[in-house]
Design a protein around this ligand. Structure first.
Ligand code: CAA
Length: 402
């Protein structure tokens, strides 16, 4: 049965997130952006409003909501401000490898205390390094076994929420030459000796979310900091991104929709040549294209999340959602500025920030080129089993056989 209708619980959380964004984010978003610092008070409010740690089981202190519900929240908050959405949503990314591979004991020791606190606690996902971005298997952070402990040494960069995190989910390798097979993932409390926050990144957009370097100088962690088995890290990173890319797509859908709403509001009030500019086909057709992109992004996003909620493969669908929605966010933001003409270029109007924020959505959690690598890899693998029914009758010489 295909059913596009949201359940009562889904509608409730969507409306709660929309009200939260309308009351606490949208009116202050440009101020958060100007300040360019972590919006701690806002994140605390989101935590108290039950809009964080959504897919963490109740037994660990989370809200045990679905990934689909997480995308409803992501879109609503992203509509208000994509930077705030990244700050609020980052725990989902950092906790996912722990939820995928952590034992009851590990969840109880490393995650539960964070979620039991009255004050919001944050976690960061430490994969990217200066020399290892798209090629995630090339990380150089080393994990060395020493008796029952592990010693972690290396440096990560562009890490969202690192400066405010209590726990880091860290990918490290026993030997870089082993590439994917050498990588393991560890839970590293931020207050351990040797964990240091470095350079704070100065970004074009999404300035309400903080990113920094974080280094690990001979950081000793106990054996139970290892998630899954030694060598499981790369697979866990990929499985995590399959889930969380739908979350980025949701934020992007929020940005794409915001661009539609700001542009149509402007076009229905701004008069030139004696009529509102929305009456000109050059503007109205652009608005229709923008609205279609936002709607298609929403469908792709919810489908990717829906599959994950049913434990069905969603690698391709989450890649489609992430790239289509973030490309749509970027295109719609640029079109919004174009419809607002001179005002679209001014920071006092919404389009300029939408453009700056959308750009990052096309880059983080795997560039949109990497999404195509991921999707085409699966498509080509499936093609080996494909029978389209076509039978070759071509009689020419040396023609390719399919
Ligand atoms: N699920 C489970 N296993 C998977 C998988 C998946 N989705 N994808 C790959 N694997 C497994 C494969 O089956 C394979 O296993 P075997 O060796 O047993 O066959 C193994 O992993 C290696 O797979 P690949 O050969 O595909 O590995 P690769 O090195 O060629 O990977 C890549 C290429 C997919 C492009 C990967 O490097 C990648 O996703 N890169 C992008 C990294 C990224 O997204 N970084 C973002 C960081 S997070 C961020 O931005 C956070 C922030 O602050 C907001």
């Amino acid at each position: 049965m295909v059913d596009f209708e949201l359940s009562t619980a889904e509608r409730e959380i969507k409306e709660r997130a929309e009200t939260f964004a309308r009351d606490h984010i949208t009116p202050y978003a440009s101020e958060f952006d100007r300040r360019s610092e972590f919006p701690r008070e806002l994140v605390q409010r989101a935590y108290e409003a039950g809009l964080m740690n959504l897919h963490v089981p109740k037994s660990v202190g989370g809200l045990e909501r679905t990934l689909l519900e997480e995308t409803l929240v992501g879109e609503a908050i992203g509509y208000g401000c994509a930077g705030c959405a990244s700050a609020i949503g980052c725990n989902n990314l950092a906790f996912t490898p722990i939820l995928l591979a952590g034992t009851k004991e590990q969840l109880g020791k490393y995650v539960k205390p964070l979620l039991a606190a009255d004050e919001v606690r944050l976690a960061s996902f430490c994969l990217t390094e200066r020399e290892s971005g798209s090629d995630a298997a090339s990380i150089g952070t080393i994990a060395k076994r020493d008796g029952h402990e592990w010693v972690i040494s290396g440096e990560k960069c562009f890490i969202t929420n690192a400066p405010v995190a209590s726990l880091h989910t860290v990918f490290a390798t026993v030997d870089p030459s082993l590439r994917q097979k050498g990588i393991s993932v560890f839970m590293v409390p931020a207050d351990l000796p040797g964990v240091k926050i470095g350079h704070l990144e100065n970004k074009l957009g999404q300035r309400a979310s903080v990113q920094s370097e974080v280094s690990f100088e001979n950081v000793r962690v106990p054996g139970d900091a290892l998630l899954g088995r030694e060598g499981d890290g790369f697979r866990l990173a990929m499985m995590t991104l399959d889930m969380t890319r739908a979350g980025i797509a949701a934020i992007a859908t929020g940005v794409a929709q915001r661009a539609v709403d700001e542009a149509s509001r402007f076009a229905s009030t701004r008069k030139q040549f004696g009529q509102v500019i929305g009456m000109f086909e050059g503007v109205s057709f652009t608005l229709a294209d923008m609205a279609c992109r936002a709607t298609a992004s929403r469908h792709l996003t919810r489908h990717a999340a829906w599959l994950a909620d049913r434990h069905l493969p969603n690698t391709v669908e989450s890649a489609y959602a992430k790239w289509f929605a973030s490309d749509s966010a970027m295109t719609n933001a640029v079109e919004c500025a174009q419809i607002m003409r001179g005002y679209g270029y001014m920071e006092e109007y919404p389009a300029a920030k939408l453009i700056r924020d959308a750009k990052l959505l096309q880059i983080y959690e795997g560039t949109n080129q990497i999404q195509r690598v991921v999707a085409s890899g699966v498509i080509l693998k499936q093609a080996a089993k494909l029978d389209t029914g076509f039978r070759l009758e071509y009689k020419g010489k040396n023609a390719p056989r399919i």
